[in-house]
Design a protein around this ligand. Structure first.
Ligand SMILES: [Zn+2]
Length: 304
């Protein structure tokens, strides 16, 4: 049974949107927890969404596994869980608008050619007026939609590190780009607050450009450091670092809060997930999250 909490803050909505390409690991779970606390600390809503658009990457059973893992940690979506594949019609409609308004164009450049440009596109196909379907499609960037900096709620002012050029919103294989889909998803779900890993900071510029091109109000972005393992490598889903952590008696949520700089009291170490989450909601302090692009789990590993 779903019942309305009268105190719910309808103007604050966050989400966790994993790609179901594998199980959650310590890094993705930490992201889920932080995105949850970021809105729940102020009575907002938290939504799980499955970013399953990049179908070649989607793994069978991964969605169910992710949802079960989140449930185990009492991280429960306030609304029915949506999948990007539910939104295909809407992506097509908005895409049709962009084509009609001449805000994007087809590009037939080969991968090899783009690599030779160091992936800074040189606008070669902008005025070719290609119409065949087996091409990628690029958004036109102009003075009216370009964004070169934004204020990240955790990392502070961010400026783009590279030259922005027309980027792909629909791939040659007809799959919409991650950036295109995610902007529409966040818009239709009225997401006001996006918290995720710092590996997505560079993509945020393109997302903001898309928000502007579509006249959407962008959410507030917060990026937390990417969790690295003891050897300084980004955690991969296949390695399933969560399993390693579950061997310890210490709560994984406790370790995640500690890693997020939240300074949880020692007596929480062996408490239940719900008690730890309740503490974290009351004491959530985004300012305490380290302003780093990545941070290893060495310290925690030493506790184990
Ligand atoms: Zn081209």
């Amino acid at each position: 049974m779903h019942h309305e909490n009268p105190k719910i803050n309808k103007n604050l909505r966050g989400r966790f949107a994993p790609t179901p390409s594998g199980r959650l690991h310590f890094g993705s779970l930490t992201c889920a927890l932080a995105s949850y606390l970021d809105v729940k600390a102020k009575n907002g809503s938290w939504i799980i969404r499955l970013d399953d658009l990049d179908s070649p990457r989607v793994q069978r059973g991964a969605s169910e596994n992710i949802i079960r893992t989140l449930e185990y940690f009492n991280l429960i979506s306030d609304e029915p869980i949506r999948r990007q594949s539910d939104n295909l019609k809407l992506y097509e409609e908005i895409f049709g608008d962009l084509i009609r308004k001449n805000l994007c164009y087809r590009c037939e450049c080969s991968r090899k050619r783009l690599q030779s440009l160091n992936n800074v596109y040189d606008y070669r196909c902008r005025n070719k007026k290609l119409s065949h379907e087996k091409t990628s499609v690029r958004l036109k960037i102009s003075e009216t939609n370009n964004i070169q900096n934004f204020i990240d709620n955790i990392q502070g002012n961010q400026e783009t590190a590279h030259i922005t050029s027309d980027f792909i919103i629909r791939r040659k294989d007809q799959i919409f780009s991650y950036e295109y889909a995610v902007v529409i998803d966040d818009y239709v779900q009225n997401i006001t607050s996006v918290l995720r890993g710092a590996d997505l900071i560079s993509s945020t510029f393109n997302q903001l450009i898309l928000h502007k091109s579509l006249n959407f109000n962008p959410p507030l972005y917060s990026h937390i450091p990417v969790v690295e393992n003891k050897d300084g490598e980004k955690m991969s889903k296949s390695k399933n670092a969560l399993m390693e952590f579950s061997k310890t008696k210490l709560s994984i949520l406790y370790l995640a809060l500690d890693w997020l700089g939240q300074n949880p009291p020692a007596e929480l170490k062996n408490e239940s997930n719900q008690i730890i989450i309740d503490w974290a909601k009351k004491n959530w302090c985004p300012k305490a999250i380290p302003q780093l692009l990545s941070k290893s789990i060495t310290e925690q590993a030493q506790i184990l």
